[in-house]
Write a new protein. Sequence first.
Length: 269
Amino acid sequence: MKADTLDPVEFLKGALEIPSPSGQERLVAEYLAEGMERLGLRGFVDEADNARGQVGEGPVQVVLLGHIDTVPGVVPVRLEGGKLFGRGAVDAKGPFVAMVFAAAGLSQEARKRLTVHLVGATEEEAPSSKGARFVAPRLKPDYVVIGEPSGWEGITLGYKGRLLVKVRREKDNFHSAHHEPNAAEELISYFVAIKAWAEAMNVGQKAFDQVQYTLRDFRVHPAELKQVAEMFFDLRLPPRLPPEEAIRHLTAYAPPTIELEFFGREVPY
């Protein structure tokens, strides 16, 4: 079946009308897989709820990778002034649907040379990255194209790395008149030190080469005998700062009284 038998705008609009926050992508994955079948591709949903497609039988392996989950929140789906609005229209159901139609439009000659794997990944907007982690050891492509919201005229040539950090401090409770900093204040001081370190690293660097920091969560747990404070922050890392090196810096700035836990160690490239 030719790619022009399914209208791309209507197909994308249908995908936008199916809510798919991270962890709830199954319905939109089934919709996309069915659409790929209608376009003549082999469409299916894998064990990680990824929307998958395949076309061609050539020796050169190509992966077209996007993600089909979104951040929470509702953006009313509407076509207005030639523009399609909806949660995921840009990031990133739109790019994935564009790749689906590109694959469906491949010539017979191209299909003899290439095997194209489409992956609409799940949980990209969550720290888990479930979909990408599922397919990474299962596909060995020669080329990978990732659908990113970089504008129709732009091509994204690199990715920053990522490091997620959980910090915890537990100490004996005491009266607020005591001069000693409490558990929450100790974590605040640590985060301020990390901000200062990152800003020093960023001097003279363009945006892609800067260390970016975001405080994601901060909690204080009241207790009679103990005070406990926890915070969660993430770092976006430039190519010059791989996760393990960042961990060395973060550990060096941490007083011995706080607990650090690192995960989500994504390498920049």
